[in-house]
Design a protein. Sequence first.
Length: 293
Amino acid sequence: MEPNEKDRCDLSVIVPALAGTFKALGDPTRLSIICLLATDTTGTLGVSDLAALTNVSQPAVSQHLKTLKSEGLVESRRDGLYIYYTINRERMVGFREQYELMYAGIMEKCNRELLRKSGRDRDIRACVIFYSFSGITRRVAEGFRNATGCDLIEVRAKKPYTALSAYTRGVARSRKMACDPIEQGEIDVSGYDLLVIGTPVWAGRAAPPINGAVKALRGCEGKIAAVFSTCLNAPGEALSNLGSALADRGVSVRATISLEQEETRRPDAGGELLKRIIDADPFGDQDLEEKRP
């Protein structure tokens, strides 16, 4: 499986943009100043206050503040004879976004190395079949695709859910383990070795469109699958129900993975899914070439 070139993070652009900020924050005193300003609720911390709190001379604090201001991390305002300092929120938000992009780019490369070390990066033909309502499951699936280069199949219900109908009609149907008709009609998986199937959790069950996708699978008999769910804090019966539905179609589920809210928020959620699937070793010592048509 090869990585998706267009989704790779351009570290050559991000790293130089972050270098100055890391350098500014690399000094313990400057980092202490940032923490003090971040926790201050008065908005009236000046040089003398920061000097006393950090046990550093006022001239030294002034130089540190000058460095932080040059990187846009700190703002100042004058009130009469006094100058007060505060955190530049917009700059901090931008820094976090750039850092997360860098982190995601690095982890993408780490995930590819993880895949290479597993010895399966060229042997497995895989696809991710998923349904996503809020975009969370899609983000995980795309992260997995970016790390592995596998195919991505997004399931879409013929009758899409709205914010209201998802919590009324959708929840009621999920409790009944109903199968929603999907736009694809049929999903041919005969050419794949591994099916990775993902769903959000609705009322402790799999979302109805993914149930419809399982019903729509063609050429799935004898295939190996890993199933994952995205949820607030517990998958309920979603994974077991989905596993049973796949077993009824002749699919062998070798890994069940629940990604909770805190995990799906991470930039490398797709990489975490990859790691857990590799740890589960769904194929063991099985010779894939003998199983292929």
